[in-house]
Design a protein around this ligand. Structure first.
Ligand code: ADP
Length: 312
């Protein structure tokens, strides 16, 4: 099975408003609440494409229960580690013709004993896992190398790891002896890692950036480029995955959907070309839906056929 990690899940609340009024009352008629956090977007897309997944991470309180019920309702298997603190919620106000104002809670602080007990819980799940995805930032209280420790646990059990994070946690994972199989940095994250700016429209510069020794030992590097598709390194091969022009409804979560596609393609042992085509298709299908981290599987074949891969 595929195991997805969301250490800091969230109830994502969206409030659509014609106009956001400051310093007074705003009343909303329709409220949408979903199980969120980047890893849960990944989970939903993998599940929608008919693959076995289990979601894990830390969960707590009444909000945590609500979130687990929501996953049950969606048919997504989960095995979270319970903590005493309440799971967070994140509010997005969609207003004034396309503006999005977000209020994000930091979420619970993980106690050292919970951090250590989670690794035992995680080890048991790894026994039934072929491929692991780790997404997003970490909750407070965990050491910077916590993902790195998880990757080492996965490596000891020959589980492939796809890592989608940034900053110090990504840097720590790249410096460790056991590397993730795949990382998915964007332009900003690449610049942060390399200490210089990287122009994502210049593929020669991108290619050079991805050959930096900091990435040695990482099999796959996927730099997603929004409507321009993605620039990809797999071992010593470089590719540009090009996508057709589509009608974008909501691009939030497309990076997570791309990771879901990569997970499915790699899990199923597909060719490089098909792995990239799957990932571009899941990314595109997500942008075509109002719901975040959601794809319509009925459109998969049509859009898969429209992705083109060039070696670079
Ligand atoms: P992230 O959310 O990680 O920044 P991107 O915005 O690069 O990710 O999008 C990930 C993938 O989703 C892209 O590689 C592409 O397949 C699809 N996608 C995103 N934005 C668009 C768009 N405007 N048009 C078509 N496809 C898109």
């Amino acid at each position: 099975m595929i195991l997805t990690v969301t250490l800091n899940p969230s109830i994502d609340v969206s409030y659509p408003l014609d106009h956001l009024k400051i310093d007074t009352v705003n009343r909303v008629k329709t409220v949408r609440k979903t199980a969120g956090g980047k890893g849960l977007n990944v989970s939903r897309v993998i599940h929608l494409l008919d693959h076995d997944i289990t979601a894990t991470g830390f969960i707590g309180g009444y909000f945590g229960k609500w979130l687990e019920n929501q996953l049950d309702h969606d048919g997504i298997a989960h095995n979270f580690f319970p903590i005493d603190a309440e799971t967070r919620s994140s509010i997005a106000v969609l207003h004034d013709g396309g503006k999005q104002t977000e209020i994000l809670e930091a979420g619970p602080t993980i106690a050292p004993e919970d951090a250590s007990a989670f690794l035992d819980h995680f080890d048991k799940l790894l026994d039934q896992t072929d491929l692991l995805t780790i997404s997003g930032s970490m909750p407070q209280g965990l050491p910077e190398d916590y993902y790195t420790q998880m990757i080492a646990h996965a490596g000891a059990k020959n589980v492939k790891v796809l890592l989608d994070t940034s900053g110090a946690t990504l840097k720590s994972a790249l410096e460790a002896p056991v590397k993730p199989l795949l990382i998915k940095p964007n332009e900003e994250e690449l610049a942060g890692l390399l200490n210089r700016s990287v122009d994502k429209t210049d593929y020669a510069t991108l290619k050079q950036a991805l050959t930096d020794p900091i990435f040695d030992g990482v099999d796959w590097i996927v730099v997603s480029l929004g409507s321009a598709g993605a620039f990809v390194k797999h071992q010593d091969k470089f590719y540009h995955a090009a996508i057709p022009k589509i009608q974008v409804v909501n691009p939030v979560g497309s990076g997570d959907s791309t990771l879901a596609g990569l997970a499915i393609g790699i899990h199923d042992g597909k060719s490089d070309e098909d792995i990239m085509k799957t990932a571009m298709t899941t990314g595109m299908l997500n942008t075509m839906e109002a719901e975040t981290g959601f794809v319509n599987p009925a459109k998969f074949a049509e859009y898969f056929a429209k992705v083109t891969i060039e070696t670079y």
